[in-house]
Structures are given as structure tokens and as C-alpha cells.
Ligand binder design. Structure first.
Ligand SMILES: C[S@@+](CC[C@H](N)C(=O)[O-])C[C@H]1O[C@@H](n2cnc3c(N)ncnc32)[C@H](O)[C@@H]1O
Length: 268
């Protein structure tokens, strides 16, 4: 890490996320794959009721930081499901955290799940659902693994409002390596809170309890990105963070970019 642990701790401390502040900053930065997974999980869980022993599916958990957080903070049993990160890799982190009795790592594609139906009491997805969950039928498939009345929480980067006309140039301008913030293959799955609300409501399988952009989400995302860039800790699969995310967020200042959060319950 290019900054000291104390500097990272100071930069990451945020009174909005007291539980996340207890975690080793080096661990958080070494396992980051986007906006701080702990902050997003803590925010989602603030609107959920999680009791020890509940079965929770953590879909697209990446390096399983959110799964470890759920087990440590709430005593729930977690299935840490990811595609790009292997179960063996996540198992190492789970054992290091002393949580092998509570967290089970699983490598599975989001459309090929082998869980029992009506199995989970809750499911969360952090910075992940937009990669696989935007089709009209996915929510019904996903919730088939959850019990009636189970809680669902997703937090993902998304849009504050839809674009009118062309994308702002600050999203598409290329750096000296030819990379830009906006990658068409990924970012057209960014949507507004209202888009998610309508998309989920018309399926009839959940009741929406909350669908909104996180307050100051862009600045929370930027704050974490700035620590990640200063620490220059390589991101899993991607290498050191570049300046594109920070530049886009600083230019946008929350006009289009933000963090979208949805909490819902599976209908009986
Ligand atoms: C940007 S990373 C975020 C990881 C983690 N939740 C975090 O916030 O650090 C997106 C994650 O979504 C997962 N993912 C993407 N497509 C998936 C799919 N089709 N099935 C299951 N997981 C998927 C990837 O494996 C990846 O770890």
C-alpha cells in the first residue's frame, strides 16, 4: 500500500458507516472491486432485519467482504456466491476471518443456481445485480430460492436520471491508455431507482420497501475511489485503480452517477 495503514484508516473513517470503520483498511483496500462493499452492505442492512442463524444469499460477493461483514455483524449464515472469484480463493479469506462455520463460498453463475427453492431468509447483492439481473424474468428466478416474506437488498452504481441525447463527454473521454470510465458493455446496465422500482414491481413477486439513490452516493463512491487511488493497491483481476472513475465522478458531481439501493420483500 502506498499510504500508511493509519492514513488509510483516517481517510476511510465515516460516521455514516460505523460498523465498516472497524475493519482493517488494508484488507478492505486489497479486496475492493468497486465502491466500498462494506459501506454499501452496511447501508442496505440498515433497512433489513437480520437475526443470528438466518440463511442469507450474498450474490456476486466478489472477494466475500460483504459475506464476512454479514456473518460478523449479524451472526447470519451466508452463502458467498460469485462467478469471477473462485470458491477456493474466498474460502481462504473466510477461514482467515474465523468464519468457516457461518460462511460457505460457492462459485456459480447467477442463472445456474443449484440452491433449494424457498431456502433463504434474505439475499443481498452489492455492486453486482446490474451485471446479470436486468432481464424481465431474472427477479422471479432469483426470488424462487428465497422464502415467502424473505428480504432482498441490492445496492449498485446507477443513474440519478436518464441521459438525454449523447453521453456527457467526461464519461467517454479516453485516458492515455485508451480507457474511459464508460464501458458500453457494462455501463448501459446502469439504471435509475425508478427504473428498478418499475422493473421489479411489474413482476408482482416482491413488494418494494425502498427504492432510491443513496444520499450523496456519488461523493461516497468518490471518497472511496480517492483512497483506493492513493493506496494504489491492485484491484482483484484489474490491477491498480486508474483515475477514470474519480475524474468522471468529480466532473459529474451527482448529476447522473450515483448508488442505487432497493430493499424489497418476497410476496407470500
Ligand atoms: C464489481 S464486482 C463486485 C464484487 C463485490 N460485490 C464487491 O462489491 O466488491 C461484480 C461481481 O459480480 C459478479 N458477477 C458478475 N456477473 C455474474 C454472473 N453472471 N453470475 C454471478 N456473479 C456475477 C462477479 O463475479 C463480480 O465479483
Amino acid at each position: 500500500m502506498k499510504i500508511t495503514k493509519e492514513e488509510a484508516q483516517e481517510m476511510l473513517s465515516d460516521e455514516r458507516f460505523p460498523r465498516s470503520g472497524k475493519y482493517d483498511p488494508q484488507w478492505v483496500l486489497a479486496n475492493q472491486m468497486g465502491p466500498n462493499a462494506l459501506w454499501l452492505t452496511e447501508s442496505l442492512c440498515g433497512r433489513m432485519t437480520l437475526e443470528p442463524g438466518m440463511r442469507v444469499l450474498d450474490m456476486g460477493c466478489g472477494m466475500a467482504m460483504s459475506s464476512i461483514f454479514l456473518a460478523k455483524e449479524y451472526g447470519v449464515r451466508v452463502w458467498a456466491n460469485d462467478l469471477w472469484i473462485s470458491a477456493a480463493d474466498n474460502h481462504k479469506r473466510i477461514v482467515e476471518a474465523g468464519l468457516e462455520d457461518l460462511v460457505t463460498p460457492v462459485r456459480a453463475e447467477a442463472h445456474s443456481l443449484l440452491y433449494e427453492h424457498d431456502y433463504f431468509d434474505a439475499a443481498i447483492s452489492v455492486d453486482s445485480f446490474h451485471y446479470y439481473g436486468t432481464s424481465d424474468t431474472y427477479l422471479s428466478y432469483f426470488t424462487s430460492f428465497l422464502k415467502p416474506d424473505a428480504q432482498v437488498g441490492i445496492a449498485s452504481p446507477g443513474l440519478i436520471k436518464d441521459f438525454e441525447g449523447d453521453l456527457p463527454t467526461y464519461l467517454t473521454e479516453e485516458d492515455d491508455r485508451g480507457d474511459s470510465f464508460w464501458e458500453p458493455k457494462e455501463h448501459w446496465s446502469f439504471h435509475t431507482a425508478n427504473w428498478w422500482r418499475n422493473h421489479w414491481e411489474h413482476t408482482g413477486v416482491v413488494s418494494i420497501e425502498h427504492a432510491a439513490a443513496m444520499k450523496d452516493g456519488w461523493s461516497i463512491w468518490l471518497k472511496f475511489d480517492e483512497v483506493a487511488v492513493a493506496a494504489a493497491e491492485p484491484m482483484p483481476l484489474l490491477g491498480p485503480p486508474d483515475q477514470n472513475t474519480g475524474n468522471a465522478l468529480r466532473a459529474d458531481r451527482g448529476e447522473y452517477l450515483g448508488i442505487i439501493e432497493i430493499n424489497a420483500r418476497v410476496r407470500e
